[in-house]
Design a protein around this ligand. Sequence first.
Ligand code: NAP
Length: 281
Amino acid sequence: MEKIRLSNDAVMPMLGLGVYQLTDPQECERAVINAIDAGYRLIDTASAYGNEKAVGQAIKNSGINRNELFITTKVWVSDAGYGSTKNAIERSLQRLDVDYIDLYLVHQAVGDYYGSWRAMSESNKNGTIRTLGVSNFFPDRIADLIAHHEIKPAVNQIEVHPFYQRAHEHQFLQRNDVQVQSWASFAEGRNDLFLNDLLAGIGRRYNKSVAQVTLRWLIQRGIAVIPRSARKERIKENAAIWDFSLTAEEMSAIATLDRKVSAFFDHRDPGIIAKWVDRKF
Ligand SMILES: NC(=O)c1ccc[n+]([C@@H]2O[C@H](COP(=O)([O-])OP(=O)(O)OC[C@H]3O[C@@H](n4cnc5c(N)ncnc54)[C@H](OP(=O)(O)O)[C@@H]3O)[C@@H](O)[C@H]2O)c1
């Protein structure tokens, strides 16, 4: 399992399990335990996913020491601001039933995330959050956050997959020592990703699936991944990506799949932002 050293010297696994939409507690707990059994050490949840408790339960039942795991969670828009984020951090610690969170992300660049960052920085200083990061931040917001704070975001978790490759943003983040972590590495199967001829053809050369080729392509770009699956065999499949490498030609061929637009929605759409503000967790 490859790991990467972040700008604050913390070490983060390049592969983890995402648990978005695993809202049934038993299903979520089972997925996390299956992932840990398959060698995963990073779990990506969020207060907005409603499953921090199930993740905490799985950690307890996994038999793995807490200090071998890397737990990520996120503060939602409705908890933006200093006081609200302080409370949100406490609630996440309680639901996860842990003493510290490895990586805590501002989920969206909406609301008073400057206040959130101050609360997160305090928790970083008192040891309850090891690493601070952001999610869905475009380069202008990252530049602004970096310019005005002592603690820099070590990670930006953003949508990246073969149909939305974000090469320029990735370069900008690399220049600023911000590690990219891909969400929806499979575009949640949109645009028939799992049936894609090019990805399937490359996979046949190595006896690997479309999912494995996609994750390998991201890892070789230096992008961390957190694929989600509720199924044990797929959780194992998604972790079997360390025993082959794509050639430069294959990497370039996959680059041609880029459609340069989100497979979901524009995070800067005012209508979307209005909806987020009303969602409370
Ligand atoms: N920061 C953010 O705003 C944000 C947004 C979205 C997601 N995320 C994070 O990123 C994680 C991953 O993104 P995602 O969950 O949206 O989508 P994803 O990982 O792109 O896709 C998940 C889908 O792919 C299927 N799948 C997984 N492995 C497969 C395989 N080997 N073969 C065929 N199908 C497979 C899963 O079905 P089965 O379960 O049936 O296998 C599931 O329907 C999330 O869980 C969450 O932790 C963050």
